[in-house]
Ligand binder design. Structure first.
Ligand code: PLP
Length: 398
């Protein structure tokens, strides 16, 4: 038994008839994937340089993940968190061993990981509710996470939100020192802002954030949901930066394509959690955890973070060369396999033109092309992308 045959036109008609219009969807109909490629309903093949917005780290139809998914699903596809299950504890052990943090809480998504971390920060700082966050940041769409999200357009229609958030510009140490004080419960930051246009924080700023949190007795929450688990060339961005946060949030690639989020915490935070203070029905689902375990094992065994770092260093040189010859590129930012190409024009029409040429890319802000390819992307796909972008930028794109 499989899904009934349904044409792209029918899919779009039913989507507009039945699904709330919360997404500005592109008329693109991927139906299958293999490695770093997507195949649409008409059989056209694309290089996927977005990976489901940083989810599909091992690309599509990865044999190890497919096998594990079938095996685990045929045993137990859900177990209540009232009981024990092996996949969850084995993934937890792997995450804790690799990160050096003390304990993990599992949930289903990035926004839930942020919610949990904010609650844990409150437990660690009784009586305080201030949060220092950053302009251009993105932490999710639920009320707590939205309250810390530095995008006025996302927040304004839903105010009043959770009170007490102060937004400061990224990499402004004076603003940080002025904002963090004895009312601050947490500093929340992405080490590299994703939605904000691929904006990295400097090592000095991360160290200053750690110091400011320590001085004020606040928790430092690093949101590695988009940048973590190998994308920057390290399983954990904080390990590259020489700081230890109080909490790290993870999601996107963690469940190998299935919904899974996590908060890793230090011993001090772990000691504050007691039964009943937080929980979820689905978080830590056995199939998702099994995929997470296989994903992390594959990344480790095949040394993917080192491969991503090397590929990223090569790609940076290619992009910088492109900037010299192609019109309209204002800035190139990123590392590993997280890149922003800032343009002097709107990015959406360029992304659309690239899609027609067989490349799936994302956008961020109005004028940034966002690339988050799977770690299995071959060099030839990136080379072909650079050539296609050069042609596209030279064309008259409306
Ligand atoms: C850095 C960051 N934090 C949080 C989120 C929210 O994650 P989710 O969409 O899984 O709720 C995202 C999603 O794009 C993200 O990039």
């Amino acid at each position: 038994m499989s899904l009934p045959e349904i044409s792209p036109q029918e899919v779009e008609a039913k989507d507009s008839a039945y699904i709330l219009g919360t997404y500005a969807r592109t008329s693109f109909h991927p139906r299958r994937g293999k490695g770093a490629q997507l195949i649409d309903a008409g059989g056209k093949v694309y290089w996927d340089l977005l990976a489901g917005i940083a989810v599909n780290a091992l690309g599509y139809a990865h044999p190890r993940l497919v096998r594990a998914m079938k095996e685990e699903a045929s045993k137990l596809y859900h177990v209540s968190n009232l009981y024990y299950q092996p996949a969850q504890v084995l993934l937890a052990e792997k995450l804790i061993t690799a990160s050096g943090m003390a304990k993990v809480f599992f949930c289903n998504s990035g926004t839930e990981a942020i919610e949990a971390s904010l609650k844990f920060a409150r437990l660690a700082t009784p009586g305080r509710h201030g949060v220092v966050s950053f302009t251009g940041s993105f932490h999710g769409r639920t009320f707590g996470a939205l309250s810390m999200t530095g995008n006025e357009g996302y927040r304004a229609p839903f105010e009043p939100l959770v009170p007490g958030t102060f937004f400061i510009p990224p990499n402004d140490i004076a603003a940080l020192d002025a904002a963090v004080n004895e009312t601050t419960s947490a500093i929340v930051m992405e080490p590299i802002q994703g939605e904000g246009g691929i904006v990295p924080f400097s090592d000095d700023f991360l160290k200053a954030a750690r110091a400011a949190a320590d001085r004020a007795g606040a928790a430092l929450i690093l949101d590695e949901i988009q940048s973590g688990l190998g994308r920057t060339g390290s399983l954990f961005v904080f390990k590259q930066k020489g700081i230890v946060p109080d909490m790290v949030t993870l999601a996107k690639p963690l469940g190998g394509g299935l919904p899974l989020g996590a908060v890793l915490v230090t011993e001090r935070i772990a000691a504050l959690l007691k039964p009943g203070l937080h929980g979820t029905t689905f978080g830590g689902n056995p199939v998702a955890c099994r995929l997470g375990l296989e994903l992390l094992s594959e990344l480790e065994e095949k040394d993917y973070p080192a491969k991503v770092a090397a590929l990223g260093a090569w790609f940076e040189r290619r992009l910088k060369r492109l900037k010299k010859v192609a019109p309209g590129i204002v800035d190139i930012r990123g590392t590993g396999l997280i890149w922003g190409i800032e343009l002097d024009r709107e990015a959406a029409p360029i992304a659309k033109a690239l899609l027609a040429k067989g490349f799936v890319v994302g956008t961020a802000r109005k004028n940034v092309l966002r690339l988050l390819p799977p770690y299995v992307v071959p060099k030839k796909a990136l080379t072909a992308f650079v050539d296609a972008l050069e042609v596209t930028l030279k064309e008259e794109v409306k």
